[in-house]
Write a protein that binds this ligand. Structure first.
Ligand SMILES: CC(C)(COP(=O)(O)OP(=O)(O)OC[C@H]1O[C@@H](n2cnc3c(N)ncnc32)[C@H](O)[C@@H]1OP(=O)(O)O)[C@@H](O)C(=O)NCCC(=O)NCCS
Length: 183
């Protein structure tokens, strides 16, 4: 398998939208709007083009991952973090390590850019292999009505979430609000 992980280009947007929609089609917990979320996130201030990556096999885009900037608001201070959402691999290409490589590449690029942590809402049995722990471990609350084992956090460097307890503030587009209501 000739796999390339690279930064997404504007010309990839249609293929990325199609693959995200396809990847989430049979996901029970999906609202099937993840491709719309990505489109809207690209228009928010927290969008970091270097952290929107695609996986390409034989010059075809088969996977995508996006990390966007968010804030964790504590009682006395705020810390910057990243939200991982979403990660998608075309069903025909799943189970071959592409999702793992996208996640690890996104972490590495985020680390190189100086980010300290990543938060996500996701599968409790998938993300711990990448080092994710319940966000509650760090005193962080995610704004989703989900069990604690699905609200996860990763330190990109030792102590990356030290003294970062508080409420994770996701932009309004995560809650179906219009992207003009930027955070
Ligand atoms: C999740 C996803 C990105 C993983 O991509 P992938 O290329 O298949 O992942 P990898 O090949 O690197 O890893 C496969 C492992 O992921 C696990 N996995 C895949 N989907 C999972 C899920 N929904 N819950 C728990 N584990 C899952 C597989 O069981 C497999 O585990 P194993 O290594 O112990 O056998 C892909 O399955 C996908 O696009 N799913 C639909 C969209 C989605 O749910 N995205 C995540 C939102 S939180």
């Amino acid at each position: 398998m000739d796999l390339l992980i690279r930064k997404e280009k504007v010309s990839d947007y249609p293929a990325v939208a199609a693959l995200i929609e396809r990847a989430f089609l049979t996901e029970a917990m999906s609202d099937h709007r993840e491709h719309i979320l990505v489109d809207r996130l690209r228009q928010t201030p927290g969008f970091v083009p270097e952290l929107s990556l695609v996986a390409e096999v034989n010059h075809t885009v088969v996977g995508h991952i996006l990390l966007t900037e968010i804030l964790i608001k504590g009682t006395t201070h705020e810390s910057q973090s990243l939200a991982l959402a979403p990660v998608s691999v075309l069903p025909a290409w799943q189970g071959r390590g592409i999702g793992s490589k996208l996640i690890e590449a996104a972490h590495e690029r985020a680390r190189q850019l100086g980010y300290a942590s990543v938060l996500l809402l996701g599968h409790a049995t998938y993300y711990p292999r990448f080092g994710y722990q319940p966000a509650t471990t760090f005193g962080i609350e995610l704004p989703f009505p989900a069990p604690p084992e699905n609200c996860l956090a990763l330190e990109l460097r030792p102590g990356g979430l030290a003294n970062s307890g508080g409420a994770a503030c996701y932009p309004p587009v995560f809650f179906g609000e219009d992207s003009s209501a930027k955070d």
